[in-house]
Design a protein around this ligand. Sequence first.
Ligand code: NAP
Length: 522
Amino acid sequence: MVELRSYLAGQWNSGSGDDITLFNPADASSYATVRRAGGLAHALAYARSTAGPTLRELTFAQRGACLEAMAKTIHGEREALIAIAIANGGNTRGDAKFDIDGATAVLATYAEIARDLGDTKWLVEDEPHALFHGAKLRAQHIRLPRHGVAIHINAFNFPAWGMIGKAAVSLLAGMPVLTKPGTSSAALAHRIVELLVEQQVLPAGALQLLMGPAGDLLEHTCPQDVVAFTGSAATGRRIRTHDRVIEAGVRVNVEADSLNAVVIGPDVARGSELFDALVRDCTVEITQKAGQKCTAIRRIIAPLTLIEDLREVLVERLEDMAAKTGDPADQANRMGPLATAQQLADAREGVRQLATRAKRMYGDLERTDFRGEATQRGYFLEPLLFQASPEAAADPSAPFHNTEVFGPVATLLPYDGSAEQAAQLVAAGGGSLVSTVYSDDRAFVLHTICNAGPHLGRLVVAQEKMARASLPPGGVFAVANHGGPGRAGGGEELGGRHGLALYTQRLALQTAGSQLARLVGG
Ligand code: NAP
């Protein structure tokens, strides 16, 4: 079996202790092993002393050239990477492309931003402002790369996009990266780093890889470091409250659970293109990556007048997907398994909780006959659809507003058709990454923006005229903010140039206007 090693301080490191096994979730066969790596204090110090200064010497344009080289390297091995995502991640080919091409796309977007920023090494945020009326002294804000390490701790569900999305922004900002993938699906992240090391596309120490558990990593953090975490709210809490992280005032960004809700306006009718678009979006977001997406649709807020029609059509689509669930290596299958036995157990437990307040409309929790050989040993769950009563839907303590079932599961929530109630139901999720509002009613949409918007990081507005071209809410683009308030972790990532804020320090430069012009060029 393949042993996957960490890459720390310029060396491949086998680690020590017991083997941790990575599986193929389609048949539970062993795929690879990793071991716990030591020497993490040294690895962080190495990045701070070698790659940090080197990256900061480069201009944005030069750092962008590194991102372009990364994109080219990853794209050049696309087919081999897809095969790994299928075998270790349980991805269908479509799921794998979504992850891997997503990684390449983020690199391309940030390379373009780098070209726009050109031959500069810091960001100028604004124009100089007089300190007070009539003063010659001015203040101007610039952003400088932090002198630490960007420590990236990622979830299992996007080993390529999750790792590369964070790395692209840090490297462009001028910070070296130590990245730790979620262990269960880490083979893809490992191969990507291996390729980037082989091709020498980055300065020494700019990208280190920690396989297996985080160990004592956070004990060695310094005030200039940044920890960017993606994963469950429980782990996020542990990281935020880590003694050393608090003591050193390490900057922390958390991307955590999210109970994303889409809102269907009272004007949407069965048979319209907007209705078709919302059915398509719901089907994609429930089943892509077997629902293991932080941006997946978990709650579908539909007017009482439409809910029966919507359920009927959605059940048909999910039936079709359920019939095509099985071995992801077979391209005829449209949905694969969950990532691990634990994820399957957790998802089943979550479904049981949903069932206490909502009625199951489609899906068999105990089904084991999926398509393909040996799939009865795999971690499959067929799509499940629930529906709540209007009274249960309005109860913020109900499980569908509080429990993220990380699998192909969603709940229909009826509402009275008013924008007020729709926004209340969105807010009951306690803060989410993304929503779509489907409506051509301008007043309804504006109310949703103003009242559901503060509970979200991103809002897609889908209208009849553009329904065919609209994209499901789960597609994250590097130019748009990714992150959400409250339960979603309170983090912000990507968002084009905004993303650089996490890895840079804002400095207010205060001096005479003429001096500012000389120093900053403003
Ligand atoms: P998880 O169990 O919290 O693990 C996330 C990462 O944290 C893994 O790399 C894990 O390592 C590591 N970790 C665990 N305990 C740690 C500790 N004490 N100190 C430092 N690191 C630690 O989450 P997951 O099961 O991988 O991912 C599923 C969750 O992620 C879902 O809740 C989903 O909503 C969320 N998610 C959110 C976003 C977003 O952008 N908001 C995106 C994707 C996923 P090991 O794997 O080695 O245990």
